[in-house]
Design a protein around this ligand. Sequence first.
Ligand code: FMN
Length: 206
Amino acid sequence: MKVLLVNGSPHKDGVTNLALEEVSKMLSKNGIDTEIFWIGNKAISGCIGCGACFKTKRCFINDKVNEFVSKAEAADGFVFGTPVHYAGPSGFIKSFMDRCFYGKGYAFEYKPAVSIVSCRRGGAATTFDDLNKYFTISNMIVVGSQYWNQIHGNNKEEAIKDEEGLQTMRTLGNNMAWILKCIEKGKQDGVQYPEKEKRISTNFIR
Ligand SMILES: Cc1cc2nc3c(=O)[nH]c(=O)nc-3n(C[C@H](O)[C@H](O)[C@H](O)COP(=O)(O)O)c2cc1C
């Protein structure tokens, strides 16, 4: 089993990465393979809503998004991390996740996912909620921890001192490993995926 951990910060080795490493350590301790995927600090285009991906299962812009979706197809669980930028997710991760999830939900459904956020002081809860929205519209299983998954610090040196934040990440890693093992056991015992109805898609004027 493998979990992909996404670092949505422009800093490869900053606070977000520190938190992801803490989650990763506990997953590894439980025998789960892990990979931290840094989305980089080059501009990532937002989704233009062309819908091409519904046919091709890939974005027409061939960048980090497609690289990640290929890995996501084979992965068993996900951790998406972001620094708080103006009380919301970083622009990088927002564009990245819009394009990862739109038209490509098949790569994520029925798999566990969590978001983690890093910030100096404020905006953690709104950012956490923002990222969780991608999972709850994609038939995913959101894993909890002992607190909302946030770590505080303006840089890595400060964040290392956030003992509760780091413990929250370790608990999260353990909880996710447990859920993954339960899912695996269910598969071995023949538990089927839920039956899907033909999708009804309405809006408020038709
Ligand atoms: C553009 C920008 C906006 C930020 N906005 C906030 C904010 O709204 N609230 C906050 O507490 N910290 C804010 N910060 C600080 C970062 O969230 C914080 O330093 C974070 O832990 C950095 O994580 P990283 O090292 O993974 O990038 C902001 C930083 C930047 C660069």
